[in-house]
Design a protein around this ligand. Structure first.
Ligand code: TXA
Ligand code: MG
Length: 312
C-alpha cells in the first residue's frame, strides 16, 4: 500500500522519538534516523550490520539552513546545489564541529532528496535525517518496499512505501573538501552534467581509486547470493563470451545490457535480487560504455562482481 500523510506524520513522530524509519527516495530506499540523535544513528549501524567507520549521508529539505551543519560552502558546491537539488546528488563538505557524530573526519555528506514522501518525512520530523540505503550491509540497495521488507522487515519501527525508485542507483557523491571537487561515487548526476555547471573536476576519483576518501567504498557491495561474473570488452566479443560461459554454468542468469542506460540503472539492483529469488547460481553481465550514466552502472556492476571480472 502506498503511503498517505497520516502515515508520514506517524513516521515523523518515530524519527523525533529516536526510532528508525525506512523511506523511499528517488534513488534507493533509505533507513532514516534523526541525524542529531547519536543513539538513534547508532541503531542504524546495528540494524544494517554496517561497519562503524562508514559515514552516513544527512538528508535535508531545500529550506534547511546549511550553516547549521556545514562550516564553509564553496561557490562550486552552491552552484551544484542550485542546479541539482532536490535530486540525486550528495555533497561532502567541511562539517561544523560537534553537530553530527557520523561524518568522516571533519566532513559531512548532505543531500536534498527529490521524492515527495522523503520530503514530507523530513518536513514533519523537523530535523535532518541521516540515512544509508535500507539494505543489510553488503546486499544490493533496495529499490522497492519488498526489498526493504526482505532485508529489514521486523527490525525497524516503520517502513514507508513509495513505489519503485525512479533512478535505482544511489546518489552521485561529490567531495568539496579538497582543492578541486571530485566524484567519490558516480550516479545519475553524471560527470558531464557536473562539469557543465562548474567546469573541469578532478579526474581521479571515478571508480575504484578513491577508497581512502570515502570509507564505504572499500567494503563488499551489492553482492547477490549467486556468483556474479562481469565480462569487459567489445560488445559482440563480450556477448559471445557471456553466452559461452552461461552455457557451461549450472543455472545461469544473463543480465539484459541492451536496454537504455536509464532502464538498466532503474532495474539493476532489482534484477540482482530477482535472480537470487529465482534460485540462479551464476549471473553474467557484459560491460557497457562508461560514458554518462554508464559510469555509475559499471561502478555498481564491478562491485557486485568483486573479483570475477574478465576481459575479452
Ligand atoms: O542515494 C543515496 O545516496 C542513498 C539514499 C538513501 O539517499 N543513500 C546512500 O547511503 O546510498 P549509503 O550509506 O548507502 O552510502 C553513502 C556513501 C558511502 O559510500 C559513504 O562512505 C559515503 O557516502 N559518505 C558518507 N559520508 C561521507 C563523508 N563525510 N565523506 C566521504 N564519503 C562519505
Ligand atoms: Mg549503501
Amino acid at each position: 500500500m502506498q503511503t498517505d500523510t497520516i502515515k508520514i506524520k506517524q513516521a515523523a513522530e518515530i524519527i523525533k522519538n529516536g526510532g528508525l524509519v525506512a523511506f523511499p527516495t528517488e534513488t534507493v530506499y533509505g533507513l532514516g534516523a534523526n541525524a542529531l540523535d547519536e543513539a538513534a544513528c547508532g541503531r542504524i549501524y546495528l540494524v544494517k550490520g554496517r561497519p562503524a567507520d562508514n559515514p552516513l549521508i544527512v538528508h535535508v529539505n531545500s529550506d534547511f539552513d546549511m550553516e547549521r551543519i556545514v562550516r564553509t560552502m564553496p561557490p562550486g558546491a552552491r552552484m551544484l546545489m542550485e542546479a541539482f537539488w532536490p535530486g540525486p546528488l550528495t555533497l561532502v563538505l567541511k562539517a561544523r564541529p560537534g553537530v553530527f557524530s557520523y561524518g568522516f573526519e571533519d566532513t559531512i555528506a548532505v543531500r536534498v532528496p527529490n521524492h515527495i514522501v522523503a520530503r514530507l518525512l523530513i518536513h514533519h520530523s523537523g530535523v535532518p535525517i541521516a540515512a544509508p540505503s535500507a539494505n543489510i550491509s553488503g546486499r544490493p540497495s533496495p529499490t522497492t518496499v519488498e526489498h526493504v521488507l526482505a532485508d529489514l522487515g521486523g527490525k525497524v519501527d516503520m517502513i514507508l512505501d513509495g513505489g519503485p525508485c525512479r533512478h535505482g542507483l544511489e546518489s552521485t557523491v561529490v567531495d568539496f573538501t579538497e582543492l578541486r571537487p571530485k566524484i567519490l561515487r558516480p550516479g545519475s548526476v553524471t560527470a558531464a552534467m557536473i562539469e557543465d555547471v562548474i567546469g573541469k573536476i578532478s579526474p581521479e576519483g571515478h571508480g575504484e581509486s578513491v577508497a581512502p576518501k570515502s570509507p564505504g567504498l572499500k567494503y563488499v557491495h551489492y553482492a547477490p547470493k549467486a556468483k556474479m561474473t562481469l565480462v569487459l570488452g567489445e560488445k559482440e566479443a563480450a556477448r559471445a563470451r557471456v553466452a559461452e560461459l552461461a552455457k557451461q554454468a549450472e543455472n545461469p542468469a544473463i543480465m539484459d545490457m541492451e536496454r537504455k542506460p536509464e532502464e538498466i540503472a532503474a532495474n539493476l539492483f532489482a534484477d540482482l535480487r530477482r535472480f537470487d529469488a529465482e534460485g540462479h547460481d551464476e549471473i553474467f553481465a557484459q560491460s557497457i560504455d562508461e560514458a554518462g550514466l554508464g559510469a555509475a552502472i559499471m561502478n555498481r556492476l564491478k562491485k557486485a562482481a568483486g573479483r570475477n571480472i574478465l576481459e575479452v
